[in-house]
Design a binder for this molecule. Sequence first.
Ligand code: 13P
Ligand code: SF4
Length: 368
Amino acid sequence: MSTTIPLIDVAYEQPACPTRHAWARVPQQPAPGERQRLKEAIRALLRERNAVMVSHYYVHSDLQDLAEETGGLVSDSLEMARFGRDHPARTLVVSGVRFMGETAKILSPGKTVLMPDLDATCSLDLGCPADEFSAFCDAHPDRTVVVYANTSAAVKARADWLVTSSCAVDIVADLHRRGHKILWAPDKHLGAYIAKKTGADILPWKGSCIVHDEFKALELELLKDENPQARILVHPEAPADVIALADAVGSTSGILRAAREMDAPVYIVATDAGLLHKLRTEHPDKLFLEAPTAGNSATCKSCAHCPWMAMNGLAGVEHVLRTGENEVHIDPRLGERARLPIDRMLEFTARARTAGAPGAMVPGIGAA
Ligand code: 13P
Ligand code: SF4
């Protein structure tokens, strides 16, 4: 991105995953005066450009709050897609990772979709190249192809169904009831979780999220021992032994719902630390602790924050609104094919909502 945004040079790297470039592009926090100026400028530009902000719960709290304050949305990836499609604004500013901007563009080809940094990707997307995935599908033509939202448009274009973590269990359970065998990609942990919940025959791709993969069951148990009254909330991209300790498993919106429905004073949260902003704002009387990553015995430093989500900042939003740079483009024919599984997901979840289904939050699947 050709901007004048100041960058942090981060001397921090997980040896096993190449995130150095992402961390190096995480924008520096603006000084208080500059922060106010950027927010003012963004408010004015949103009005001038007939634009709306759509932010994920993992991006900086400023981008979450500003989206809500200006009539936009902060949400999970499913609701980001639905909101972007249905909102009348002609320009969507998507703060999140690349697949979220691409999904918005696929659903609204006539709108302008801008992102603060187009290189904000996702380890699941990176770990599932379209040509290799296509060969995998070709080798198993008897299986219904279900892919996670965290994938490229080309991978979506090979799919029969798209799911996010908030509807994956419900959609696969329905397919399983109707006799489908599933080919699943890319998250192996989410795939194993769905298979366990539904009993479906699932052939998985072997991708993982570098953030959720870092949560460690042993360290989590130690923290729970120190806080016996705490409830454990886990995103299903985490490993199975971490999920096994959970009092509730759910998407980002599922975790928020669990915190609303439970009355414990303390929670240990195993997902990206960005979600803590919303949890703490909604429940100032409750204590939210980050679930431990790596731990004392680990050989590498890690943290529960997605480097690609961290690439989004106020200066980037202001820049793209002012210049129109960083527009998301999708080949129209690819977009048309990729839209089919997304539409199926949106129709399924809209029907489930009308029927009053509780959503994907699953309390009480812990070790007990
Ligand atoms: P949600 O769909 O739960 O918002 O998750 C998106 C994501 O990237 C999780 O790592
Ligand atoms: Fe991808 Fe994980 Fe980042 Fe979510 S948190 S965008 S799954 S790398």
